[in-house]
Design a protein around this ligand. Structure first.
Ligand code: P6P
Length: 339
């Protein structure tokens, strides 16, 4: 019998990815190596997040990032972790980061075939109060000739339907990696004693019909589409009242929705006509996961994955979660002539 607590055959995420790779004889192993570099970036960021208070990494770096937000030290560290790990994987052709105004295009002679769009530390306004935050990533294959450098428009602005894989790492009570490579959604938890993500669920799916939870920043409600306001009113006054759960950290709100069901919304508001969340490295990867887990993800006008990106930092309204709730919001928006 195995010694209690010691596992001589741990079901690591890396082993799962290699097993999946073996199912595709033509696979070169490039994707497996790419995923290892992303897992490394997440582990390094988890260490930095856990140590932030002690290492004095809280507080404002004094630099304002491309989003016009005060750039916190952890944001910078997380971005460096991802850029360095991805470039040294030798498998990427272009990197698009929430923290960088322009993409990083790898010279053709050193480029791989993948493009990664990522938010290295989403929810950073929650860092100082120790609310869960996370890294979000989206993986595409380049469409242009491998002998030439990536074209930002052609390769960088692909719709979410072209995604090869997407996932997030949530730095909460546990460090949890949720990943989909085109089939089921895989959940894994970091075992700090091993430094490995251990698989906890090989087919994470929203429960049906899903808990009656709605997740929205009601502070902006008055400026949101009438259909959304009608949905929120029904959540409060309807025959079956809903619970409101809003963390204000997308990774935490989406993870809860994947685990329990319900709906997460960041619709258009008066101040941001396309909502606040970014298409390439927030809305698309989360929509990819949500759909593969049996949920829905709409911009209000169409599936989020079908939205054509206008620019690498373009925004998109987000309505995602249990189909029962997403359909209800869309029906109310249609009744109000809003979609
Ligand atoms: P609000 C965090 O800053 C973030 O980008 C997402 O993680 C989160 O869902 C959203 O903004 C929260 O925005 O306007 O409700 O504070």
């Amino acid at each position: 019998a195995r010694a209690a607590g010691l596992d001589s055959d741990p079901a690591t995420l890396q082993r799962f990815i290699l097993t999946e790779q073996c199912k595709h004889p033509a696979a070169s192993g490039d994707f497996s190596l790419l995923m290892s570099s992303i897992a490394l970036a997440c582990k390094a960021t988890a260490v930095a997040v856990k140590k932030a208070g002690i290492a004095g990494l809280y507080g404002i770096e004094g630099v304002v990032n491309v989003q016009g937000e005060d750039q916190k030290k952890l944001d910078v560290i997380a971005n460096d972790n991802f850029v360095n790990a991805l470039l040294s994987s030798t498998k990427v052709a272009m990197l698009i980061s929430e923290e960088l105004p322009e993409p990083i295009v790898v010279p053709a002679d050193r480029a791989g075939k993948y493009i990664v769009a990522f938010d290295p530390l989403d929810g950073s306004s929650n860092i100082e109060c120790n609310v869960s935050i996370g890294s979000i990533f989206a993986i595409y294959e380049r469409t242009t000739d491998l002998k030439t450098a990536c074209d930002v428009e052609k390769d960088g602005l692909q719709a979410g339907t072209k995604l090869v894989a997407a996932g997030y790492c949530m730095y909460g009570a546990a460090t949890v990696m949720v990943l989909c490579m085109g089939a089921s959604v895989i959940a894994s938890t970091l075992d700090p004693s091993l430094g490995e993500f251990i698989i906890t669920n090989k087919d994470l799916r929203l429960p049906t019909p899903g808990k009656r939870i709605y997740s929205i920043n009601e502070g902006n409600l008055k400026s949101m589409p009438a259909g959304v306001q009608a949905f929120v009113a029904e959540c409060k006054d309807g025959a079956k009242p809903y619970s409101l759960r809003y963390v204000g950290s997308m990774v935490a709100d989406v993870h809860r929705t994947l685990c329990y069901g319900g709906i997460f919304l960041y619709p258009a508001t008066a101040s941001s006509k396309s909502g606040k969340l970014r298409l390439l490295y927030e809305a698309n990867p989360m929509a990819f996961l949500m759909e593969h887990a049996g949920g829905s993800a709409s911009s209000g006008s169409c599936r989020i994955l079908e939205v054509e990106p206008k620019g690498i930092h373009c925004r998109c309204p987000v309505i995602m979660g249990s189909p029962r709730d997403v359909d209800n919001v869309l029906a109310k928006m249609a009744a109000a002539g809003e979609c």
